[in-house]
Structures are given as structure tokens and as C-alpha cells.
Design a protein around this ligand. Sequence first.
Ligand code: SIN
Length: 529
Amino acid sequence: VVNPELDLLVLGSGVGGLSAAVRAAGPGSLRVGVLTKARLDQSATRWAQGGVAAVLGGDEDSIDLHLADTLAAGAGLCDTDAVRILVEEGPGRVSELIALGALFDRDPGGALARAREGGHSMARVLHAGGAATGAEIERALVEAVHATAAAVMEGWFALDLLVSDSGTGARCSGVRALDVDGVVHDVRARHVVLATGGAGQLYSVTTNPAQSTGDGVAMALRAGVAVADVEFMQFHPTALHHPAMPRPLLSEALRGHGALLRDADGNRFVDELSPRDVVARAMTGRMLEQGVDHLWLDATMLERFDERFPTIAASVRSVGLDPARDLLPIAPAAHYLSGGVVTDLDGATSLPGLWACAEAACTGVHGANRLASNSLLEGMVFGPRVVEAVLAGRDGPRATGAMRGVLGAEAPVGVRHLALALPPGPPAADGEVPDVAKARDELQRAMTAGAGVLRSAASLAATAPAVAPLVGLRPTGAAEAELANLATVAWALLRSAEARTESRGAHNRSDHPETSPALRHRLVLGGPG
Ligand code: SIN
């Protein structure tokens, strides 16, 4: 047992977890530890390009317009209360980040520069280093956490939640984790925050780093904690079609600046500023029609490309492309898990003592499809809310936000509970997989073929046999644990995608192309009920 005295243990080191850790060191301070399987600066946050959507004072834009755009992108499944908190508290959190030292891009007059992205009715996306926004935010937060946290456990791998019952009901009391040498420890804390990010590694082609293996969502599923909306894996339309992994992203901000999408014949086929799900769906349809595996982004008309987007310019030039002359090959890539561990408006999950924020969470702000540049925003708003709630003495969930339906309260977006029925372990008695890298690759291929941008009952059913034997794997090391976590989240995704017999947001069923008003509810796995 290590660190028995921690008040708050944050798992993961993206913008949500680090924002929580920084807040915990502020007024009313808590003894906080951050446990992460890589280095603190190696989360998916670092890869986030476009920016942070936020309506700052003095804008002609309004909070209500940002709210309306977010709800429209979410295709009927957003929790309006959660979205209101997101858009209202976001600007203040941006100001705090600036005070912490994050450098956002400014126009020649010194005002914060703003870009437009798909689904936004106004230019409201703040950015840093052109399209290196996540990296700059991460830098500022990592410095602050190193200066203030009681414990930083880098290179530690959380295997499972510790759940204890002292007579008053089950409660999360820490995690079982492997240290850097592979030794198992119980790391105890009064409160645990899942800030473990998404699961883009479910697919062969993703913009996410190798660490995005759905660890927190899988731990929650194994512990019976409510998880929802996992069928809504968002595919980013414009990843560079190139073997590099993670796929280099060609930020949505390029389209916001006027870049166009062209099919194999050089024709435009979709409004480039539609929400991401609309563009990814149109692209996939066109690729199937034309029998091609990629389309084109035409940014040749953009002025000052290298100056405005230095990191993107460097990545396309490194593969021999000149954005001023060449069309850029693109294809959709798994990008963002819109669902996750269900929380109330303060980040409390269905298990007392366990909290979740950012991509690992389902706060209800994204619904069926996240609006561009609302992800960093969600982390910086909801991470600190967890700490405020803990400081206020909260322990378990309240019937607010996306948690309402889970707790059986009346909710604008209802819930349907699904039985998860995790399959048992692999047939091999010792539970070991001989070649973990090969098994991970096969899982990714199966998910890409059967549960990608387009799915059907038949494709989902055909994917299940590749996933099932890996779900109950008893890991002996971090690589196997990641594989089991991926398989667990894949299983939940398949189960939910099968039950959602409609197309909505990022979930597209070729056998059910319509949106069904009767299915305007969240599909929830685990939790009470
Ligand atoms: C992008 O820059 O296109 C990605 C930003 C996001 O995922 O919201």
C-alpha cells in the first residue's frame, strides 16, 4: 500500500485530470496524487490541434449560440444543463489557464485570435502555436502539477479499481496498480478521478496516441459502474492518409479558413463547415461510391499556411507535400469517444468515491457527436468541478445532468439499461495471449471493418468473435492489461451499437439509415437499475 494519505488520486494526465490536480492544490487544498501510465505530458491532450471553443466577453458571439451549436451537433442526446455549464464556465477557465502561463495566439492588436470550425456558427475557437493548442495547455498544466502535487506516479499502470464496503455501501477506495518495475501496489485515496481519456486505439486508423486504450472506461465496466454513449466513437474527417500512427491530423481549422473537400474527380460534395459526423459520413459514402480509400483536402488557396499552421505545415512537408501546390490526401480516423463513464454535473459517477472527467466521462455535453474544440473545454471545466464538489464534502452521485436517468429520476434524455454480459476469459487455462501486439492489431482490424464509420447488424455480429476471447484476459503486465481494456470497451461498443437500431450522430447503421425519435435515449451499461 502506498500513499495512504492521499485525498484525491487522479488517473491520467490530460487536460481534465491535470486541471483537477491544479485546482486541488488551490484554495482549501487537497493532498493530490497523479498516476499515469506514461509521462505526464504524454496524454492525448498534447495532440489536440484546433483549440478551445469559448465565448469571451465583448464578443458579438453569445453563450447561447455556443450552446445551440453544441446541442445541434449532439443530435438530440446532449444534456442541456451540462452544456450550459460547459459554455458558461469555459471562458473563466480559459482566463485561469492564461494566468497559469498558457500562451494563446493573438491578433496584431493583441486580442485573442479566433478561428471557425465545423458546426460553429461563429469564429470562437481560441488556439495556441497555430494548431498546437493541446500541447501548450498541457505544458502549462504539467509545470503547475509538478510544482504542487503531493505525488506524481509516472509510468504506473492502473489495473483495477479498489472497491470496499464498510457497511454503508460500496465505495471506491483507490486502485490496484503496477509500478514502473511491474510490482503490484494498492494505491489508496479518499477519492479517485478517472481522467484516463478515450479509446481511439480500438481502430487501426486513429488520431489518438498509443496510450488511448479506454483504461478508465474498462475499469468502470468491470466494477459495474454506469457507462453510456459508447457507440458514439467520433471519426475525424480529415486525418492525413499516410501510414504514420497516430495519423497526422489536418485540423478542422483549415476548413474554417476556407480549405475545401474534393472527391476522386476533384468535385466538392459536402458543406465543409458541417459538424464532423456529417462530413465523415459524406466522405465515407463518397469513398464507397468511387471505390477509393481516401479523398482530398484542397488548402492551396489558403494564404500564409506555414505561418498560421506551422505544425501542420511541418507534418505535410515531412511527407513530401506542399500545401500551397498539392491536394492533401485524407480519410476519416477514430478520434474521440463521445460517451464514457456517466457522471452528474460535478463529475460524480454511480460509485461513491469515484469521479470521472474529460474524454473518459459521459457528462452529456457531447451527446451523439462532439462539437469541434469542445473537448479541451470539457476537461478544463469539469475537472475542477470534481474538486469543488469534493471540497464541499460530496461523496456520491446526485440526480443531475446525465446521471438523472441512471438514478431513475425523470430526465429530458431518458435511458435504457443494457445488460453487458462480459464474456469469460480466453480458453487457454493460464489466460495468456502469446503475441499481444498481434492480438491488438487483429482486434483493431476487426473493429475497423465491422464497427467503424458505418456499421450494420451483420458487421457488428461478425466483429464479436474477434473481441470476446480477449475481454476476460487476466493480465500479467501492462500490454496485456491494455489489450483486455480495449476488448472490454470494444465489447461495450458492439453491444450498444447493436442495440441502437438507427443512425444518429457518430453512429451510422447502414441497415437503419434513419434517425428514430423512439431511440432518443442514452444506452447505459452497468450502474444501478
Ligand atoms: C481539430 O483541430 O480538427 C481537432 C480539434 C477537435 O478534435 O476538437
